[in-house]
Write a protein that binds this ligand. Sequence first.
Ligand SMILES: Cc1ncc(COP(=O)(O)O)c(C=O)c1O
Length: 440
Amino acid sequence: MAIEVTSLTAEQIVADSKRYTLYDWQAQSKASPLAIDRAEGVYMYGVDGRRWLDFSSQLMGVNIGHGDKRVTEAIARQAEKLPYISPFQAFEGRAILGRRLAELWPGDIEKTFFTLAGAEANENAVKIAKMVTGRQKVLARYRSYHGSTYGTMMLTGDPRRWPNEQPPMPGVVHVLDPYHGPQREVDDAQTALALLEETIELEGPHTIAAFILEPVTGTNGILIPPDGYLQGVRELCTRHGIMLIADEVMCGWGRTGAWFAVNHWDVVPDIITTAKGLTSSYAPLGAVGLAPHVAEYFDENVFWGGLTYNTHPLGVAAAIAAVQVIVYAGAILVLYLFVVMLLNLKHDDRYHRQWPVACLIGATLVIEGIMLSFVRGRAIPPAPANTETAVEGLGNTEALGDVLYSTYLFPFEVASLILLVAMIGAIILAKRDLLEPKES
Ligand SMILES: Cc1ncc(COP(=O)(O)O)c(C=O)c1O
């Protein structure tokens, strides 16, 4: 028998939500929620039919937009089959997502511990750093937000921490970062690193387990570090045996134009944490990625932690699909840019002869992209999940992929890239010519 859901009016929804549930970060009398019925693409729709443009993708987490059927159907399929299983067991989604993250995490980060949200991911990251190093202190920056559980609130540097210090958690040391607010200039990387090093020396490097930071700071102001800062932090941490924890809860999953913000500076943290965009917020899931030298510690030592909902199947299904949607969105964007470029060439008389060539290059790049995603496992193939078995006769897919890639696709890719750059150059030149006044 289906459970009946009554339809409430917008006023009832707001009144009962306010009366019976507690709202975040405000005195309850000040809460003024909207009664939302559904959301689709970039819009959310009120029960009263009004439409809002969701400029912030809710809490900066619905990275792929609302209502994507590929994700909702993946969750529904998982819910039908196996909505929950104890974290002591294995299931297909766990295996697929684990492997997928190992491919996407920066550098050689491979093993993942799943949580329910960003704060839990940071809590566990810090616990892991302390277990592995045997040290007690954690450095965090004043201009930071790391979550609102007790531990992560204490890591958080901004004033949201103050009312939560009941009492302050021992062992957290806050440090300055390159930004000081509008009153003072932004430090260059060298100055910021010198201040950081001084604190490390004064605290005693051998007492510090970890330095947690948002590579691109989120709620404290969308702060991009000066070039060289993150590389310098990496070097300081390595030199002193301090674990670098990159909190990519907000800045991960394409939000800065790369899979992860650290990728912009080629920095590989010891531990990376994420949530939000991992499932595009379609279901709760957080993750802690561990570099091999961190993960190895737990080969023989007990991981003293656990969560009833570690690797929750619904979150896992949402993540597999949502990450794949980002992959496709990237491919579609490239395709879109190509079409724009092709049209540009077609409509410019002087370049019409290049148009078929450009078409050919575009088509080869698209085919190559598809082949790459199949062959290299960079994208989950848009085929049944048991693709592995379909190519069993050919041996290991990855080995096969590597051979195909190095023999055929790599030279092909380099050639296409050179042609692509040439095409872009041609378009830019064409535009410049068009803008210049013609001599009569
Ligand atoms: C950088 C950062 N870390 C951690 C968190 C906490 O994540 P959650 O609210 O999922 O616990 C947030 C949330 O906004 C965040 O922006």
